[in-house]
Design a protein around this ligand. Structure first.
Ligand code: ADE
Length: 252
């Protein structure tokens, strides 16, 4: 049987540093301006990398994981801005499907459809996503979360009873930092739970190569005026813990 290797991606160092720190038998390979960490988590062979921000960087990195490192599954883990009104900082969104909200070749094809692929939404792997959701539910339970993140940090971000949701994620090459951006997306695509800058690009590459894809996003900000402040302090103080704990539980 073909050896199973899972690619684990984030966009920025703070999204994957906690995972790289717990890798066993770690080796590093630098290629095309990115460093790929090969190693083992539990018994699972993995390759961990951060792509840098945006759809181009993410798709190039996903392609390298597939073609150079022979991964046969990709899990993306990182942060996102909350779009649906009920989504709070500290919640986690696991993607059911992803859309590139900035793709538009209308009137040639319907808005958001990827030209020549005839596809608008990229579905994720249901089995892996369900498994991930169970681990996240355990991690977010008050008795677990309070042992992993200091009360002071949870208070700072007003994280009270964080929830995990399964739904649609929108990706595009923009950081949302105004209410106008948020309202525009809410109106255009009311089903979207959160916005980020890589997931749907990685999901497209996985779809084209026929490998399972999972996207996990912790809400770092509410994609509005306060987004840049909340994002910067959240990724500094909290997101590594979420990433490390969720991935650790999956493979232990
Ligand atoms: N990732 C985290 N927060 C974001 C935001 N506000 N806009 C786009 N991507 C994000």
């Amino acid at each position: 049987m073909e050896e199973q290797i899972i690619g684990i991606m984030g966009a920025i160092p703070q999204e994957v540093d906690g995972i790289i720190a717990i890798l066993q038998d770690k080796t590093a390979v630098t290629l095309g301006n990115r460093t790929y960490y090969q190693g083992v988590l539990g018994k699972q062979k993995v390759v961990v990398v951060y792509s840098r921000i945006g759809k181009v960087a993410a798709s190039a990195t996903a392609s390298a994981l597939l073609l150079r490192f022979n991964v046969n599954e990709i899990i993306f883990i990182g942060v996102a801005g909350g779009i649906a009104p009920h989504i709070e900082v500290g919640d986690v969104i696991v993607a059911r499907d992803l859309i590139q909200y900035d793709m538009d070749v209308s009137p040639l094809r319907p808005k958001y459809e990827i030209p020549l692929l005839n596809k608008t939404y990229f579905e994720t792997n249901e089995m892996r996503s369900n498994q991930v959701i169970q681990h996240i539910e355990h991690f977010l339970a008050p008795e677990t979360l309070s042992t992993k993140i200091a009360a002071q940090e949870l208070d700072k971000f007003a994280i009270k009873q964080p929830q995990v949701y399964f739904g649609t994620i929108a990706s595009g090459d923009q950081f949302f930092s105004t209410n106008q951006q948020k309202e525009n997306l809410q109106q255009a695509l009311p089903e979207v739970l959160c916005v980020e800058m890589e997931g749907a690009a990685v999901a497209q590459i996985c779809y084209e190569y026929g490998i399972p894809c999972t996207v996990i996003r912790t809400i770092s900000d509410k994609a509005n005026q306060e987004a840049s402040f909340s994002f910067e302090s959240f990724v500094k103080q909290v997101s590594q813990v979420y990433g490390q704990e969720i991935i650790k539980q999956l493979f232990q």
